[in-house]
Write a protein that binds this ligand. Structure first.
Ligand code: ADE
Length: 474
């Protein structure tokens, strides 16, 4: 649960603004909490005053340090909690900043009024200064509500629909295409014919083209980024089996391009999935490999490479081999038959079962970690198999988008349940327009055979997942 504390002179404004609609429901469901704190409650002035004249002169009044500081202390109890001061002088707010803030369990928002707040208390308590645009509001409350709204919809479970916000749509980097509802004709304007055709392929193509045109016209900056990604996907598609992880991370809007260098047939590329905190790297030579190793973001937890010399470059740095894997991909568009009927998306009620078994028999994946499994379930990325209502296995999608986490209890193996689980997950990925792929440990012949039976191909190269050696683990 993410806790939002808002320090303000107008707590009612925050309560009214955030208590209805989706955020109100999320608070009721216990996915987040909103705590609007009245700074005035903390003033030591007997008349309830919180502001005063500005030293050195100047128009207006300034909020004083003491009440702000005490309100902050009351909320944090002196713990280091990320504290965001809403001000037009702050860093311009973006979706990426929201993703970063969404990682925190607790956030304090400080809303200013009048001419601002005494600098000394800002220096003491504020960790981030954020602006929502180049204009001046009467106070920070509306700005804080904007930022909270954007962060809240990233919290798993807050959005009700199937598309979780983190797994961006196919139209990533492009503006949304125009949409229409009934009636088919309104004031003489008809809905574009293709949308009534029922031909999903044609509809998707039309929407993509509309998105492209719109983005090129309205946001040339975004369009340039989109074109760069498309060009790279095109390059990588020359070796699809080896590169599907990078192609899919780009196509699904997960990865940023940190570095590319096209030279002849070879491509040096460094991608960063900042939500999963993983990097994917490929390089034709030692020199570009070394250069990219220098560029790995500080908070990278894992790196995926498919060449031994890249693995060696990284193990000479702060990384250690987590495992060797085969990359498997399913390139067909047709869905797979699911023979076992009792399969459904998991909910938090199923968390104890998954935690009990995930990784227990040496299944692929990171060390069992309640937090990770919980996040995967909330992201609607886990499916379970049941027999007469009792759970017997599960499958899931990892946070960077690969298929994995397969498990079936020993007593129930050999009846096609694992294969049905895999097929079920593959079908969900196909529905989203994705190419399903995953990494199977080189020792896990059973899993590989199963996937090959379903129609997966294996990439020629081996892949290594490398894990960062944390200083306190060393
Ligand atoms: N307070 C006043 N104007 C603001 C803005 N544009 N962004 C954030 N906080 C503000």
């Amino acid at each position: 649960m993410t806790k939002f504390h808002i320090l303000t002179l107008f707590p009612e404004m925050i309560r009214q603004g955030l208590s209805s609609s989706i955020l109100g429901r999320a608070a009721q469901k216990g996915l987040l909490s909103l705590n609007a704190v009245d700074i005035r409650d903390y003033t030591l002035d007997k008349h309830g005053k919180v502001d005063d004249y500005i030293f050195g002169g100047g128009a207006g009044m300034l909020m004083q340090a003491q009440p702000v500081y005490d309100a902050h202390r009351a909320v944090t109890g002196g713990r280091a909690v990320r504290t965001i001061y809403m001000t037009p002088q702050g860093r311009p707010f973006t979706q990426r900043m929201a993703e970063d803030f969404a990682e925190e369990e607790e956030l304090v928002f400080l809303c200013g009024h009048y001419e601002g707040i005494d600098e000394r208390v800002l220096e003491r308590v504020v960790t981030d200064q954020v602006s929502i645009g180049d204009y001046v509001l009467t106070g920070g409350e509306l700005a804080a509500m904007v930022v909270i709204d954007v962060i809240a919809r990233l919290i798993p479970g807050v959005l009700g629909n199937d598309e979780s916000a983190g797994e961006e749509s196919f139209f990533n980097d492009l503006l949304e295409y125009p949409q229409y509802s009934r009636p088919e004709e309104w004031q003489g304007s008809r809905v574009p014919e293709v949308l009534l055709s029922g031909n999903h392929r044609q509809i998707a193509a039309w929407r993509l083209e509309q998105s492209r045109q719109r983005t090129a016209a309205r946001r040339p900056d975004l369009y340039a980024k989109y074109r760069q990604k498309q060009e790279l996907i095109g390059r990588l598609s020359g070796q699809k089996r080896n590169n599907i992880h990078m192609m899919e991370s780009l196509a699904r809007g997960r990865a940023d391009i940190l570095y590319t260098d096209f030279r002849g047939r070879d491509t040096a590329v460094l991608l960063y999935d900042r939500k999963a905190r993983i990097c994917m790297m490929d390089a034709p030579d030692q020199e570009s490999g070394e250069r990219m190793a220098e560029m790995l973001p500080e908070d990278t937890n894992m790196v995926l490479v498919s060449r031994p010399f890249l693995r060696d470059i990284l193990t000479k740095r702060q990384y250690t081999v987590f495992g060797e894997f085969f990359q498997m991909l399913y390139t067909r568009k047709e869905t797979l038959p699911v023979r076992h009927k009792e399969i459904r998306q998991l909910s938090l009620d199923d968390l104890p079962y998954v935690c009990k078994w995930y990784g227990a028999d040496g299944a692929d994946g990171p060390d069992v970690d309640d937090g990770y499994v919980r996040e995967r379930i909330l992201a609607k990325a886990m499916y379970g198999a049941f027999l007469d209502g009792r759970q017997v296995g599960f499958v899931g999608m990892h946070d960077e988008g690969s298929l994995g986490m397969l498990f079936v209890e020993e007593a129930y193996r050999g009846r096609g349940i694992a294969s049905s689980l895999e097929a079920f997950a593959v079908n969900r990925m196909l529905e989203r327009g994705w190419v399903p792929y995953g990494h199977v440990s080189v020792e896990n012949t059973a899993s590989r055979n199963l996937q090959e039976k379903l129609g997966f191909y294996k990439a020629e190269k081996s892949f290594w997942w490398l894990e960062k050696i944390l200083a306190n683990n060393a």
